[in-house]
Write a protein that binds this ligand. Structure first.
Ligand code: ZN
Ligand code: ZN
Ligand code: ZN
Length: 334
C-alpha cells in the first residue's frame, strides 16, 4: 500500500482546495471513505507506509454504492477531482489522504446530535483567587469557568467580571462526559495545544508558529477581574499565530512558562508532580509573577514560587530561558 513518488500529491492552493470541495458528491465520497475506515485495523495504524503489510482501501464499487448516487461517468469525474489531494488510489481501491481525514475530522468534531450545551454547574475545583467553588458552562463550542464569588481573572467582552477561563471545546468532547469531566478535558485539550504552539509547532497544521508578547501599557486591573483596557488580570500575554492555517492561541506568560522543564524540575524537587495540561497548573499560574526588565533587547522575568523557595527565570524576546536562578529560603542570592 505504499505510494510511489509518481503518486505524490501535486501542489494545491487554498483557493483550489475550496473549489474542489465545493461539491456535494465529493463530500459524500469523503464521508463514505471515512465511514468505511476501520481505525483498529493494523493495516491502518501507520497509513501510507510499508510498516504494516496490508491494504484496507475501499474498492471502487463499494465506494460507488456507498455514495449511492450519480452515474458512473459523473461519479468518476468527481473522484478524479479529489484524487491526489484528499483521496489516494491504492492497489485495492481508494482511501483518504491525511488532508482528506482532516476534512472528515473537522466535520465530525463539529457534529452534534443534541443541542450542545449544559447550564452553569458547580464543579469540584476552587478559584485560584478566593478558593470559592468554580462554576462551568458550555455554550457556542466553548467551556467557560467562572468564580462563584469573586471577580475572577478576566472580564468578558461586556466588561463583566468573574471569568477564570474560556476554552474552545468541540461538541464531540461533551459525549460521555459530565460537566466536571468536560471542565478537565477542556483544560487538557487546550493546554496541550498551547504547549505545541509554545514548542513552535502549530497543533493544527504543523507549520512554524510566530510567537510574540503583547504587553498592556496602561495596565490597571485594580480589584476588578480585568483591566478596563485589555480585559485581563495579567499585563503580559503571549500571542501564538500560525500563518499557515490561521490557527491562534493567546494566554498569560505566567502560564506559558509553566511548560518549561526547569519549572517541572523545580516543582519535582518540592514533591509536586507538575503536569502542564491540568487545572493545578492553571491555578499555579496565578501565583507566578512576570515583569518586563529590559526593552532592547526585550527581556522578561518570571518568578515561580513554591513553598518558601522561588525560581527566577529570565526570558529573551523569543521566550527562551537565558537564565534560571533558584532562590531557596536559606539563601537569597541576587
Ligand atoms: Zn474567586
Ligand atoms: Zn497551522
Ligand atoms: Zn491592561
Amino acid at each position: 500500500m505504499t505510494a510511489g513518488a509518481a503518486d505524490e500529491p501535486t501542489t494545491l492552493s487554498p483557493d483550489d482546495a475550496f473549489a474542489v470541495l465545493g461539491n456535494e458528491t465529493r463530500f459524500e465520497i469523503i464521508r463514505t471513505l471515512w465511514e468505511q475506515y476501520e481505525p483498529d485495523d493494523p493495516a491502518n495504524v501507520v497509513k501510507f507506509s510499508d510498516l504494516y503489510d496490508g491494504d484496507a482501501a475501499v474498492t471502487f464499487s463499494e465506494l460507488y454504492d456507498g455514495v449511492g448516487y450519480g452515474d458512473t461517468g459523473n461519479f468518476n469525474y468527481h473522484l478524479e477531482q479529489l484524487t491526489d489531494h484528499f483521496v489516494r488510489r491504492t492497489d485495492a481501491g481508494y482511501e483518504l489522504t491525511e488532508a482528506g481525514f482532516e476534512i472528515a475530522r473537522a466535520v465530525v468534531a463539529g457534529t452534534v446530535r443534541e443541542h450542545p450545551r449544559f447550564d452553569a454547574t458547580e464543579v469540584d475545583a476552587n478559584c485560584p483567587r478566593c478558593d470559592a467553588p468554580v462554576v462551568v458552562d458550555y455554550e457556542n463550542h466553548h467551556v467557560s469557568a467562572a468564580c462563584s464569588r469573586c471577580s475572577g481573572i478576566w472580564q468578558n467582552a461586556d466588561g463583566e467580571d468573574g471569568v477564570l477561563f474560556t476554552f474552545s471545546f468541540p461538541p464531540t468532547g461533551l459525549s460521555n462526559r459530565t460537566p466536571q469531566d468536560a471542565f478537565h478535558a477542556a483544560l487538557a485539550f487546550n493546554l496541550n495545544r498551547i504547549r505545541s504552539f509554545i514548542d513552535g509547532v502549530c497543533p493544527d497544521c504543523s507549520s512554524v508558529v510566530e510567537e510574540s508578547l503583547d504587553v498592556c501599557e496602561d495596565h490597571d486591573p485594580g480589584d476588578r477581574g480585568g483591566c478596563p483596557r485589555c480585559h485581563r488580570q495579567h499585563a503580559i500575554e503571549v500571542s501564538e499565530v500560525c500563518h499557515g492555517c490561521k490557527s491562534v492561541a493567546r494566554g498569560p506568560l505566567s502560564i506559558a512558562i509553566l511548560a518549561h522543564p526547569t519549572v517541572t524540575s523545580f516543582y519535582h524537587d518540592h514533591g509536586i508532580e507538575h503536569r502542564f495540561a491540568s487545572w493545578e497548573t492553571f491555578r499555579r499560574g496565578q501565583s507566578v509573577e512576570v515583569a518586563i526588565v529590559d526593552d532592547d533587547p526585550l527581556r522578561s522575568r518570571v518568578t515561580v514560587p513554591c513553598e518558601d523557595d522561588r525560581l527566577r527565570l529570565t526570558l529573551d524576546e523569543s521566550l527562551s530561558v537565558v537564565e534560571a536562578i533558584r532562590e531557596t529560603s536559606s539563601v537569597r542570592s541576587y
